[in-house]
Design a protein around this ligand. Structure first.
Ligand code: NAD
Ligand code: LMR
Length: 338
């Protein structure tokens, strides 16, 4: 019995679902919030990923259109669409990776924390579905405020008895993507050659680029360091203001989300040496969650790396970051425990 949206064409003449059921090589991926500003380009890019065999597109609005559109791309993944809460369980069942860009974005003048009241509830509902239908899936959480939504997801999974800290990753990849771009601009390099670790969290001062650890090694003046730190920390606001009320970063975020999801799928496949920054359960500091480099393997974030030596500028930034992060994490935890 088809549980997903009817697609166009004559379904009795379609063997794609047989191919998916027959275990076509690749992973099953669900995108929750697939019809949104991030969700649409993310759906397109995941349909292009050769590691994906089945792609489930879920949203509370407009997923039929996005599904029909993306499903016409002549790449390997079989696409199925799901609309509204009654179809959430079917969207999630059997998934290896769930990517969550569902929720409202900022407008100029707002902080990410201003999104908490709406997005906390959305993330809770979606994570309850994950606990029930695909408790072993890797979860990539994009919805803001990430510093609070990741603790919310962890609490939901704990309550359901399905929490595996290795499988829950807050997506901070956009901070790394921006850092690589801005540092490359200053150094006159190709961004593809640059690697900047960005640690802490995903909001304002909690976004802490470790410019002393840039690869290839370089020496930045204090003026360059201050300029770059400020630009990286405010990259999201730069886009929100430029879009002037029409939302926040969507295209660069979809790019970053796909880069990160691809790393997770390569890890799941068993590739060695897959290392990216993510906001995860952590013992790197005294805080229960922190973004740093993690090694991604078959079980998710299998190893969380220490930060390495920080210079004085970074140590000062670290203290500010930890103060704000502690409050945001506690706010997320209390939302579920209250
Ligand atoms: P958007 O409004 O364009 O899209 C959000 C989508 O979520 C919509 O299609 C909406 O229908 C859907 N949605 C709402 N409630 C839902 C529910 N209960 N179940 C499933 N889908 C639901 O917003 P956007 O620009 O795509 O941004 C989405 C979120 O991502 C925002 O919270 C934004 O702040 C965040 N974001 C995070 C990062 C990051 O680096 N982690 C970067 C950019 C944006
Ligand atoms: C970003 O960094 O672009 C996102 O977190 C969206 C935002 O609100 O800035």
């Amino acid at each position: 019995q088809p549980s997903n949206l009817q697609m166009g064409g004559n379904s009795s003449l379609r063997r794609a679902d047989c191919r998916a059921k027959g275990g076509a090589p690749g992973f099953k991926v669900a995108i929750l919030g697939a019809a949104g500003g991030i969700g649409q380009p993310l759906s397109m890019l995941m349909k292009m990923n050769p590691l994906v065999s089945v792609l489930h597109l879920y949203d509370v609005v407009n997923s039929p259109g996005v599904t029909a559109d993306v499903s016409h791309m002549d790449t390997g993944a079989v696409v199925r669409g799901f609309l509204g809460q009654p179809q959430l369980e079917n969207a999630l069942t059997g998934m290896d990776l769930v990517i969550i860009p569902a929720g409202v974005p900022r407008k100029p003048g707002m902080t990410r924390d201003d999104l908490f009241n709406i997005n906390a509830g959305i993330v809770r509902t979606l994570c309850e579905g994950i606990s029930k239908c695909c408790p072993n899936a890797i979860v990539n959480l994009i919805s803001n405020p990430v510093n609070s939504t990741v603790p919310i997801a962890a609490e939901v999974f704990k309550k359901a008895g399905t929490y595996d800290p290795k499988r829950l990753l807050g997506v901070t990849m956009l901070d790394v993507v921006r850092a690589n771009t801005f540092v490359a601009e200053v150094l006159g390099l190709d961004p593809r050659e640059v690697d900047v670790p960005v640690v802490g969290g995903h909001s304002g001062v909690t976004i802490l680029p470790l410019l002393s650890q840039v690869k290839p090694p370089c020496s930045l003046t204090l003026e360059e360091t201050e300029y770059l730190t400020n630009r990286i920390q405010n990259g999201g606001t730069e886009v929100v203001e430029a879009k002037a009320g029409a939302g926040s970063a969507t295209l660069s975020m979809a790019y970053a989300a796909v880069k990160f999801a691809d790393a997770c799928l390569r890890g799941l496949r068993g590739d060695a040496g897959v290392v990216e920054c993510a906001f995860v359960a952590s013992q790197v500091t005294e805080l229960p969650f922190f973004a740093s480099k993690v090694r991604i393997g078959r079980n998710g974030a299998e190893e969380v790396y220490q930060l390495g030596p920080l210079n004085e500028y970074e140590r000062t930034g670290m203290e500010k970051a930890k103060k704000e992060l502690a409050a945001s994490i506690q706010k997320g935890v209390s939302f579920i425990r209250k």
